[in-house]
Structures are given as C-alpha cells and as structure tokens.
Design a protein around this ligand. Sequence first.
Ligand code: COA
Length: 176
Amino acid sequence: MAPARLVRPAMEFRDSYRALVAEIASRGEPFVPFPLGFPNENFDALLAQLAACAQGIGIPEGFVAHSTFWLVAGGEVVGVSNLRHRLTDSLRIEGGHIGYGVRPSARGRGHGTRILALTLVEAAKLAIPRALLTCAKANLASRAVIRANGGVFQDEAFLEPRGEVVQRWWVPTGAS
Ligand SMILES: CC(C)(COP(=O)(O)OP(=O)(O)OC[C@H]1O[C@@H](n2cnc3c(N)ncnc32)[C@H](O)[C@@H]1OP(=O)(O)O)[C@@H](O)C(=O)NCCC(=O)NCCS
C-alpha cells in the first residue's frame, strides 16, 4: 500500500471522515484535535469553516489561525491533525502548535508517528523552526509519537483544570 499522505480536507473523503468522527464519538473519546467536534452534517459548510480557520477568519476571540489536515491511507481518512500558526500564552501552557488523533480502529500502525511527521513539514512551511507539543503524562502513545519525531522534553506541570500532569515537548521541524 502507498504510504499514508497528508491532505487538506476535501469532499472526496466525506464518508470516511464522518466514519472516523462517529467511531471516536461512539467510544466516548474527546475530540482531539478539536476541529473533529465541528458539525459535519453539511459537509460544504465544514470545508468552508476549516478553510476559514486556516485564514484566521471566524475564529473565537483569543484563537489564532489554525490549519487542519487529514492523513489518508488506502483511500480512507485515518487521522486528523491541527496546526496552530503561532503560539499564545494559553497555547504555551496547553495545546502547543500541533494536535493530532488517529481513528481508533487504525491505531498502532504508525499513523500517529506519520501524521506528526507530516504536520511538522507543514509547520516548517510556516517558518516555525520547532513545534511545541503538549501531552498528558499518562498518554504513553502520544509521548512515543513525539519521541519518535525527535521531541525534546521541556517540562511538566499539574494543570488544575485538567486534573492531570501535562508535559511540554519541543520538536524540530527542519525549518531554519
Ligand atoms: C496518540 C495517538 C495519535 C497514537 O496513534 P497511533 O497511530 O497508535 O500511533 P503509532 O502507531 O505511531 O504508535 C506510536 C507509538 O505508541 C506506542 N503505543 C501505542 N499505544 C500505546 C499504549 N496504549 N501505551 C504505550 N504505548 C503505546 C506504539 O507502540 C508506538 O511506539 P513504538 O513506535 O515505539 O512501537 C492515538 O492513540 C490517538 O489518536 N489518541 C487519542 C488522541 C490523542 O491522545 N492525541 C494526542 C494528544 S497529545
């Protein structure tokens, strides 16, 4: 099978994207990254919303422009990532530059490692030399993904609103 590729959200993947979202919802998992929670019944509207977010249009107060990407393998969407174009004080504490999630039934096949690798390339295109990644200390799979992409541990802190320890990692993007 061809290696998984990163694409911009597109109509041709409507059904498999919806199936991914439904699978996450049916397992009661939170939507990570957060655009997975955007309504998708009207798919044209979803695509327009995601394109606007990437331009920084129509985003909530305090948010920055953010791009969403889909990882496609075998013609199906198997993962979703979200790249924040710059950091805010809030993102420095939690959220960082990049969030990602893999369809539950497609985990453990390297897609998490690959979607972060390919999203780092997108960060490099925005001249971000190193990406901040934040991750719950208990999230061993995500920590492994960050490590596999060259992540350098910065620090960790207990975040009261989340009730857990969150780690911060810096990952080189290849941009100088
Ligand atoms: C984190 C996530 C993206 C990983 O996706 P994935 O496709 O399973 O990732 P990979 O297949 O590339 O696996 C990466 C590593 O995690 C390890 N791993 C997977 N599940 C694990 C688990 N439950 N405990 C420990 N390690 C685990 C794998 O063995 C692999 O390590 P290796 O390369 O040393 O063998 C996926 O679990 C997910 O979508 N989680 C929910 C959303 C989320 O937590 N996102 C990250 C927010 S910071």
